[in-house]
Write a protein that binds this ligand. Structure first.
Ligand SMILES: Cc1ncc(COP(=O)(O)O)c(C=O)c1O
Length: 368
C-alpha cells in the first residue's frame, strides 16, 4: 500500500489459498478448466438458489467472465436495430455505457431520482415523450435495489425492455418477469469470483440463449451476436469458496455501515447526509453528499492530506467522460449535475475499525 495512505478506500477480501484448495483439487482431478465445467454449473445453481430463497421467485442464471460482458450479452440479446437509443442514468460507472455502445447502440443520459440516486420509471417515461428509447438500463447505485416490479410494469405499459445493471447488488436486487438483472462478481464486490458476472432472469429460454451467446453462439440456429464470455473453473472456485462465508460477511458489512452512519450523523450538523442503504444486503461503500457545492472538494482534500483515501464515485457524469464517444442528454440532468459536484465516497471495507471511523469523522467535523 502507498505509505502515505493511512486508511485505504477499499480493501477487497477474497477467499484464502487454504479455502480454495478443495475446489482447486477438484479441478486438478477432473481436467476441465472452463467451458461450463462442474464448478461453474455449481456456482450458477447455488446463486440461483440463494436468490430464490431471498425473493421467493424462480430464477435462471448464467455466470460470465465479468459484469460488463454480462451487460453486453443481455443488451445484445434484445436484438435491437443498430443505432437504437438506450436510456442510461447520467450517474453510473462507465461500463453501463460501454456495454450499450459495444452493442452498436446509442446511450442516452437520463437524470436520477434525488432520494435513491437511481434512474426510475417516471424519469424514463418523461424521456420517452421526447426520445424514441428502444431499451433502458437503470442502475442500482452502490448496490441499492431497484423496484423490479415497477420496471416490469413499465415494460408492459411501454413495450420498452429493461435490463437492470445491478453490479453491486447481489442479495439486494430481485428479478421480475420481463426484467433481466446483471450482477458483477468483481474483486471489489461483496460476493466475488475475482473477475466474474451473473445474469439472472425468469425466462429459461433466454438464459439458454445467453449461455450460447457467451460461447461464440454455438447451438444457435439463426444469426446472433456472440462472444467468448465464459467463466473459468478457477474463477468459479473463488466464487464458491466466497459464497460459503458471504452471508456472515454481508451481516458484518451491514453492521459496519450502521456504525459508520451513526458516527457520521453525529458530526453532520445538516451540512451533509449519508446515502441511505437500509435495504442493501451487503453494502460495499459509504457515500456522502454535501448540502452545498464546494465543501465536498474541501473535505476531499482534508481527508486525503490525512492519508484517508476517498473517491467521487460515478463522476464525471457519463456525458462528461472524455474517453467515451459523445453522449446526449435529451432532458436536463439537474439532480445528477448537483450530485457530480457534491458526492464523496469514504473508505469502506471489512476490517475498517472504530478507530479509523473516529479519525474519518473527526476530520469531517473539523473541516465542515
Ligand atoms: C454500475 C456498474 N456497472 C457495471 C460494472 C462492471 O462490472 P465488472 O467490473 O464486473 O465488469 C460496475 C463495476 O463496478 C459497476 O459499478
Amino acid at each position: 500500500m502507498d505509505p502515505t495512505v493511512s486508511i485505504p478506500l477499499m480493501r477487497p477480501q477474497l477467499p484464502s489459498a487454504d479455502d480454495l484448495l478443495p475446489y482447486l483439487s477438484r479441478i486438478d482431478k477432473r481436467h476441465q478448466y472452463t467451458n461450463f465445467g462442474p464448478l461453474c454449473t455449481e456456482l450458477e445453481s447455488a446463486l440461483c438458489s440463494f436468490q430464490e430463497k431471498l425473493f421467493g421467485r424462480p430464477v435462471f442464471g448464467v455466470c460470465v467472465n465479468n459484469g460488463t460482458a454480462g451487460l453486453e450479452l443481455a443488451i445484445a440479446a434484445l436484438g435491437l436495430p443498430k443505432a437504437s437509443k438506450v436510456g442510461v442514468p447520467a450517474f453510473t460507472f462507465p461500463a453501463t455505457v460501454t456495454a450499450v455502445q459495444r452493442c452498436g447502440l446509442v446511450p442516452v443520459a437520463l437524470d436520477i431520482d434525488p432520494h435513491s440516486w437511481a434512474l426510475k420509471p417516471s424519469i424514463a417515461s418523461q424521456a420517452l415523450e421526447i426520445c424514441d428509447l428502444k431499451a433502458v438500463v437503470p442502475v442500482c447505485p452502490f448496490g441499492t435495489a431497484q423496484d423490479a416490479n415497477d420496471w416490469s410494469n413499465w415494460t408492459k405499459k411501454t413495450s420498452v425492455p429493461v435490463i437492470i445493471d445491478a453490479a453491486a447488488a447481489f442479495g439486494s436486487q430481485a428479478t421480475a418477469s420481463n426484467v433481466t438483472v446483471v450482477f458483477s462478481l468483481h474483486a471489489t464486490k461483496a460476493l466475488s469470483s475475482c473477475e466474474g458476472g451473473l445474469i439472472l432472469c425468469e425466462n429459461p429460454a433466454l438464459v439458454r440463449k445467453l449461455k450460447s451467446m457467451s460461447n461464440f453462439g454455438f447451438g444457435q440456429t439463426s444469426f446472433c451476436t456472440a462472444t467468448n464470455a465464459k467463466l473459468s473453473e478457477y474463477h468459479a472456485a473463488i466464487g464458491l469458496a466466497h459464497l460459503k462465508v458471504w452471508p456472515k460477511e454481508a451481516e458484518q458489512r451491514r453492521q459496519l455501515l450502521n456504525r459508520f452512519s451513526s458516527a457520521l450523523k453525529k458530526v453532520s450538523h445538516q451540512k451533509f447526509h449519508a446515502f441511505e442503504q437500509n435495504s442493501t444486503y451487503a453494502p460495499t461503500s459509504c457515500v456522502i453528499k454535501t448540502i452545498e457545492i464546494g465543501p465536498s472538494n474541501r473535505l476531499e482534500k482534508a481527508l486525503n492530506r490525512e492519508g484517508i483515501q476517498t473517491r467521487r464515485w460515478y463522476t464525471p457524469l457519463v456525458q462528461n467522460l472524455p474517453f467515451l464517444a459523445p453522449i446526449q442528454a435529451p432532458t436536463p440532468t439537474k439532480v445528477a449535475d448537483d450530485l457530480e459536484k457534491t458526492i464523496l465516497g469514504l473508505p469502506f471495507y471489512l476490517g475498517l475499525d472504530d478507530q479509523s471511523i473516529g479519525k474519518i469523522t473527526q476530520v469531517i467535523e473539523r473541516e465542515l
